[in-house]
Design a protein around this ligand. Sequence first.
Ligand code: RBF
Length: 167
Amino acid sequence: QRNQLNLRFMATSLQNLSDYDSSNFIDISDKRFGLVVAEWNREITDVLSAGAYETLLKHGALDKNIYRNTVPGSFELTLGAQLLAQHEEIDAVICLGVVIQGETKHDDYINHAVAQGITHVGLKYNKPVIFGLVTTNTLEQAWDRAGGKHGNKGVEAAVAAIQMLGF
Ligand code: RBF
């Protein structure tokens, strides 16, 4: 299954979408990254996670410096982020989740809570805590943002982390 996910990632996510300019990226070979990945909509969050992970490696991060953790759902991303960010050795945290609109307003509550929560964690610990939450009306729209026609938001989240480390 991992190979399939990797193939899907390689086949689609870095071709022409999620384009970015890496010419001014700083050296991140000594930076430590926390990845927090929600297990709801796991098939999709796995692809976001692979995108973020591969992007960090591609730009010089070391595998041993990437700490990947899962949380049950996106609502838990905030605490997951805090548990990582509180460690002095962690330089940046990347939060990844997929929240799909349903019949009730749960998505609104979750999205606002995560946006506020991880903003708070970033300001409290003075380090980048990246908002990699895909919030869509349908699963298809989420796939479009996980290696589909709108790129891979996991790649973009990793790029944002690298850029903020160079700020
Ligand atoms: N978590 C997600 O990451 N994505 C979702 O689309 C999502 N939908 C949910 C819908 C409902 C009605 C509920 C109650 C929870 C949902 N969650 C979702 C889980 C949520 O983020 C959290 O894990 C749980 O509410 C436990 O705190």
